[in-house]
Design a protein around this ligand. Sequence first.
Ligand SMILES: [Fe+2]
Length: 566
Amino acid sequence: MTSKKSRRQFIRDFTFTTVAVTGSLALNACGGSNASPLTVNFLHGVASGDPLSDRVILWTRATPSSAVDANDFQVSWEVASDALFTTVVKSGSIATSAARDFTVKVDVSGLAANNVYFYRFSYDSTRSAVGRTKTLPVGKVDQVKLAVFSCSNYPAGYFHVYAEAAKLNDLDAAIHLGDYIYEYSREGYASQDALALNRQVDPKSEIITLTDYRSRYAQYRTDADLQAVHAKLPFITIWDDHEFANDTWIGGAENHDPASEGPFSARRAAALQAYNEWMPIRLPDASKNDRIYRSFDFGNLMSLHMLDTRVIGRDKQLSYTSYIGAGGAFDSAKFSTDMASPARQLMGTEQTSWLQSQLAKSSATWQILGQQVLMARMNIPAPLVLQSINFSDYTALLGKAQQAPASLTPTEKQILAQPAIPYNLDAWDGYAVARETVLGTVKAMDKNLISLAGDTHNTWASDLADMNGVAVGVEFGVTSVTSPGFEEIFPKEDPANVAGGLQQIIGPLVYAETKNRGFMIVTATPAEARAEWRYISTVKSRTYTVVPGKTLKTLPGAANRKLLAV
Ligand SMILES: [Fe+2]
């Protein structure tokens, strides 16, 4: 009995002692105050971005243990030349607070060009994951290799595409062309599998306020695959529409209703603030958080010009339905007049002038436009755009017209006589004069132009020509990370027929793939620039396989401005 009592007493004493010691240590860590100690966790990973030859942005979020007040606290950071942090080359600390949603952003300068670095953050004894980043090269550069992404919709599926890119060891940087998040509610676009995949969005409702946008970014950044690719590569990002709301333009968005959702200016300000807090981006002018167009020079090989075709200067999209009269006839004369207006802007006059001066200044072999929407001409017969006939039937009609034209019925002849019109007025096709301004500049300067485009959720590769058909460059269009493509718009059609039919119908289109999710690896050397599309088999299950895609290339020089097979 005595012995049992002693043992119980011992356990009780030991427990009390442990609590007392722990409490004492915690109080010491807090400077002797009676307040509970602040602890911090790095729940959203680390990221780096906007590398230059001597600097890079490092990012994390320092989530406090409790809802601390708005007081700043300091987070430490270190940059090392090795993953074990044996040789720390830069270190410091920086304040964060509720005012910036506890995000941490450091612009570390004084780094060596074309160098891999490792970085991490800490608060007290808590450390973040280790990130890897790389500065840009200078001078003579033999090769640049980039991963290119767009349209990563969390509820639509798993981010296997990011996981695949994170496995690669020879990339210099990642480019994200926008739709990094989507704004919809749990009932919104591409969310039908979200519950089963355990990927329902937070918050539940469509995001409108600053708190909403912050919460959505925070949820996306809990994704392990997204964290892995950020930890592996510096990102160079631009937004597309869904970082705001669907089909954003300078004064509003298709998915914004001022009557029920308040002024668009308030929503735009909230989206801008959250983007700049959560993305590893360096604003060219810290006082203008809506100006993200900026250039990156990879020595004498490549200048990358990241553009904003969405928010800063875009006029409202034209809509076919507003040109259909009472009798159902399409007023093509008025449509053409409106489309040809020289005042109609996609980037705005200021950004356009800036791009022209950036192109003039750069003597790099390749001039790359990192931008949101397709620049290539994508004219499709009107019956297909207006969905009065499906692809299979239309291509069958084309075959009939070639093989047995005498057997065409009057109705079939009428269908085939319809003009080809832009399939997407939200793309450069809806801003033909603005496109001509850019292509005219490139042509006059005799530059080797490559446009990178996202937004569509399908793969496209096209030759770029001006309105007179003079070759100006090429476009590599990347499919989505998860957002559904044409396979969902044309569920009854064989995707191979859709892609094949489009290639047949659209003159400048060299390659289309309208079924698979994936990313693009763009490799530039002094001799050529190529794009390799890499797909994954599914975003709807944890297991998947890699599906190899096509590789196309182009060569520098005025005589070579077209896509070539590899
Ligand atoms: Fe998208």
